[in-house]
Design a protein. Structure first.
Length: 206
């Protein structure tokens, strides 16, 4: 069984979709802790309503990046986490965390990577860029996390057409539906040992 730590900075809709999918579909996984850099994040309140431990951990609380990362790792260990899901987490994970959980960290991104990814490409900024550049399609991507922003191997993608009358707001709503579908699906694949990773290449096991 996967023991998942969810990292989230905002309202927690992807976390909620994942929690509901695990409960509804009997995915062989459980969420053991939610970590947020934002003390007012909806994800924290949601976690507590579901009786899931929730922690506010921000680098601002610590004298150094090293001390902050050590506390994050200690918290992951104390809750028995062996898999990390970034569900709207707006901070870059320290390389120590990535090394410890190599190939066991996934992120959901609101665009078709590698397009519209990288530093500064998060939330509404992504959808504004897609509309401004008159892209024909957008969507969402679940990918493995490495040391670069939005760079790791792609696990799942789903696309939709960008309509002429789409605004960043309308596009965000449609893409969010996809995020809520493919993030739980990716977790289900990992939990069922349906994902193989060889030299940074993701393949699926029948």
């Amino acid at each position: 069984m996967l023991s998942i730590a969810v990292f989230a900075s905002g309202r927690g809709s992807n976390f909620q979709a994942l929690a509901e999918a695990i409960s509804r579909k009997n995915i062989d996984a459980r969420i053991v802790v939610v970590i947020s850099n934002n003390s007012e994040a909806g994800a924290i309140a949601l976690a507590r309503s579901l009786q899931i431990p929730a922690l506010h951990l921000s680098q601002k609380q610590f004298p150094s990046q090293e001390a902050f990362t050590s506390e994050v790792l200690a918290s992951l260990d104390s809750h028995g986490a062996d898999f990390i899901v970034l569900a709207g987490y707006m901070k870059k994970l320290d390389a120590r965390i990535i090394r410890r959980f190599r190939n066991r960290i996934i992120n959901v991104h609101p665009a078709l990577l590698p397009a519209f990814g990288g530093q500064g490409m998060y939330g509404h900024h992504v959808h504004e860029a897609v509309v401004a550049q008159h892209a024909r399609r957008s969507g969402a991507t679940v990918h493995l996390v490495d040391e670069e922003f939005d760079h790791g191997p792609i696990v799942l993608q789903e696309s939709i057409p960008v309509e002429e009358n789409d605004t960043p707001e309308s596009l965000a709503e449609k893409v969010l539906v996809i995020e809520h579908r493919i993030l739980p699906r990716a977790v289900e694949l990992f939990a069922g040992n349906k994902i193989r990773i060889d030299n940074g290449v993701v393949s699926f096991v029948e």
